[in-house]
Design a binder for this molecule. Structure first.
Ligand SMILES: NC(=O)c1ccc[n+]([C@@H]2O[C@H](COP(=O)([O-])OP(=O)(O)OC[C@H]3O[C@@H](n4cnc5c(N)ncnc54)[C@H](O)[C@@H]3O)[C@@H](O)[C@H]2O)c1
Length: 297
């Protein structure tokens, strides 16, 4: 029976994952490297709960209960002693994740399931950093976690059926829609999304059309809620590049080679929304206008 949850990382995904478990009544220990990062995570959770209240979908009492279900920790070792499930959502860096999984394996109870929210790193490789590969699994939530229904459940080479069934059922308890996926580079979501983003960059690079024109074709022609270049800006161009590189290395297939314009933009520090500029300008003066435009019907 899964009751006690630990979430590693209080960033974009980690705070959303902690929020989602806590709102479903689970006790959550949230871990990050500094109290500052944890405070920022809690602040985001509070703001997001207020948004749900404003929409009439949550009461002040439920907000207090949700926040009451979350405890914060700066030491992984202290947080995992009674964990039934740990969901790792730290920075997307293979060496860091291997180190964290080694620590989780050392300090968490024997039966605890170790899940990762990685967007692209092999679950099988992460599992090999532990002595319980059968209990390691991918739990790929989508951003923003409290709103997006999908969870890709990724089975590593050694993930047991018991572990898979427990996580599949748990995802449904959270009100999510789990989808079973095998462990190959990019899983399903990014294997299909990233080539589309890369191709939209190639289309721009070849001078076929401009940024707004490409996005308008995909929004109005394919009924996508936002164009692929805007989406790339939201995901982060560095993240898109890293995922494409994992697929390129993993399949040894040139169709996944990142477009040189993407590589150049990342080298120039144009990472999208987070750096203030990507395919669009998000500088303070333009930000409000652009964000309003993006979400305009
Ligand atoms: N952002 C997305 O849209 C998205 C979507 C799906 C999956 N993911 C995956 O989720 C994971 C987290 O991504 P994010 O966007 O939330 O990143 P982020 O940079 O917003 O947050 C990462 C957090 O991890 C913390 N951290 C770093 N080292 C740590 C350690 N040793 N112990 C505890 N915490 C540590 C950082 O301080 C930071 O708060 C990555 O694996 C990413 O690939 C991201």
């Amino acid at each position: 029976m899964i009751k006690n949850i630990v979430v590693i990382g209080a960033g974009t995904m980690g705070n959303g994952i902690a929020h989602t478990f806590a709102q479903s009544g689970f006790s959550v220990n949230l871990v990050d490297v500094s109290q500052d990062a944890l405070d920022r995570g809690l602040k985001t959770i509070t703001t997001n709960l207020d948004r749900i209240i404003a929409k009439g979908n949550l009461t002040e009492e439920q907000k207090a209960e949700t926040l009451g279900n979350i405890k914060t920790f700066t030491e992984l070792k202290d947080a995992v002693t009674h964990a039934d499930l740990i969901v790792e959502a730290a920075t997307e860096n293979q060496d860091l994740k291997l180190k964290i999984f080694g620590q989780m394996d050392e300090f968490a109870p024997e039966n605890c399931i170790l899940a990762t929210n990685t967007s692209s790193i092999s679950i099988t490789k992460i599992a090999a950093a532990t002595k319980r590969a059968d209990k390691v699994i991918g739990m790929h939530f989508m951003n923003p976690v409290p709103i997006m229904k999908l969870v890709e459940i990724i089975k590593g080479y050694s993930t047991s059926k018991e572990t898979f069934d427990a996580i599949y059922t748990m995802s449904k308890t959270l009100g999510k829609v789990p989808v079973e996926v095998n462990d190959y580079p990019g899983f399903v979501a990014n294997r299909i999304l990233m080539p589309m983003i890369n191709e939209s960059i190639e289309t721009l690079y070849n001078g076929v059309a401009g940024v707004e024109e490409i996005d308008t074709v995909m929004k109005l022609g394919m009924a996508h809620p936002m164009g692929p270049l805007q989406l790339a800006d939201f995901i982060g161009l560095d993240v898109c590049l890293a995922i494409l590189n994992v697929m390129y290395d993993g399949f040894k297939n040139p169709k996944y080679a990142p477009n040189p314009l993407l590589v150049n933009m990342v080298m120039a520090g144009k990472l999208g929304v987070k750096s203030g500029e990507g395919f669009y300008d998000y500088s303070e003066s333009k930000k409000a206008e652009k964000v309003a435009k993006m979400f305009a019907k």
